[in-house]
Design a protein around this ligand. Structure first.
Ligand SMILES: *Cc1c(COP(=O)(O)O)cnc(C)c1O
Length: 366
């Protein structure tokens, strides 16, 4: 069986180094917000070309804390509306709600699976204050247009970069705008994955950074002095130590993903399968390689018969979830079509040439 994602195999090459790091953290005797977290924050900020990186508990908290940070700074307030793609992982939408803000869903483009900038204007009201952009499956959203809309309307831009570690080219220009920040997740299956939960925020805004360093740690900058009603969401010291070992390989891992994507895109030839769009100037990092097919269940079953495991990201759109019953009757036809047809092929830096060749061959015979 070719598994969709083999996390054990991805982490195996690091085993000896992980052991050494574990020993060093253990012997250091300092287990929360220590040297490894600080080193990771410095390295990841540099890697992302950002001035500040704040390590937090997970990607979801990173999003919630950004919104709570802007609320503390008086740039957002309870009840403000945030534009968000209707086609995203539910975490993006939940984070807006957890910060007492109101998500306003906008359809994606079928071609890119990402937010359609042309459809933002009609959703803007006097309460709209921010856009939460999601770089879904590792492909950057259309930031030129989105930046322009944000600038014209003085909106804050928050990026959900949980699937786009290393898709930097755009982030650089974006993050120079002080009204912006990005949330990362180091969930084990992401392009940069820990051995447990982890997350980070990057920003160039010194005021936001200062609030966030405090908010993640009970709203405290100096021990036992609380400036804000804070949270406990710190990047774990041991996870930071593991991430410090993996970060140097992120670019080469992303290149391996791109090489696999290139083969899939040029060698899969089947009328029943729509391949994903890749604008090579857009620096796609292929967190997922997502095809579409009208009869998905049949294709998925056929692949299982041929020992190929696939996944669906995601089977039910947020507005059709039980948790959001008020939205259930709304219609987002493009989002619904995507959720009905998408299928994620095996994609990771450790897939072998022959595995990729086999997957292509089986798909072409379908
Ligand atoms: C993984 C993910 C998150 C949440 O990250 P966690 O670390 O699991 O909390 C948020 N948004 C998107 C798009 C994701 O893929």
């Amino acid at each position: 069986m070719i598994p969709f994602l083999d996390l054990k195999k991805i982490n195996e090459p690091y085993e000896a180094d992980f052991q050494l790091k574990l020993k060093s953290v253990l012997n250091g005797g300092w287990y929360i917000l220590g040297k490894e977290v600080q080193l990771f924050e410095e390295s990841f900020a540099r890697y992302c070309n950002a001035n500040y990186c704040i390590g937090v508990g997970n990607g979801f908290d990173a999003l919630v804390l950004i919104f709570k940070g802007y609320i503390q700074l008086g740039k957002l307030e309870k009840g403000d509306e945030v534009i968000v793609p209707a086609n995203t992982y539910v975490a993006s939408i939940l984070a807006i709600l957890q910060a007492d803000l109101i998500p306003v869903l906008v359809e994606p483009k079928l071609e890119t699976y990402n937010l359609d900038p042309e459809l933002i204007a009609e959703k803007i009201t006097s309460k709209t204050k921010a856009i939460l952009v999601v770089h879904l499956y590792g492909q950057l959203a259309e930031m030129e247009m989105i930046n322009e809309i944000a600038e014209t309307n003085n909106f804050i831009i928050v990026e959900d970069s949980a699937q786009s570690h290393g898709a930097i080219s755009n982030l650089k220009s974006k993050i120079n705008n002080q009204q912006s920040s990005a949330a990362y997740s180091f969930y084990p299956g992401k392009n940069l994955g820990a051995l447990g939960d982890g997350g980070a925020i990057i920003t160039n805004d010194p005021k936001l950074a200062k609030v966030l360093y405090s908010l993640r740690n009970y709203g405290s900058n100096a021990k036992y002095y609380n400036d804000y009603i804070g949270f406990n969401s710190r990047l774990d010291e041991l996870q930071a130590a593991f991430l410090n070992l993996k970060l140097p390989n992120l670019d080469s891992d992303n290149n391996k993903r791109r090489a696999i994507a290139k083969r899939y895109l040029t060698e899969i030839k089947n009328d029943k399968i729509s391949l994903p769009y890749w604008n090579s100037s857009k620096n796609h990092v292929f967190h997922l390689f997502v095809i579409r097919t009208p009869n998905r269940a049949a294709l998925q079953e056929y692949l299982v018969q041929n020992n190929i495991q696939t996944m669906i990201h995601y089977p039910i759109p947020p507005h059709k979830q039980k948790a959001f019953s008020a939205w259930n009757s709304l219609s987002f036809p493009i989002t619904e079509k995507i959720h009905n047809e998408v299928l994620s092929l095996p994609m990771s830096p450790i897939l072998t040439e022959s595995e990729v060749g086999f997957i292509i061959e089986i798909l072409n015979e379908y």
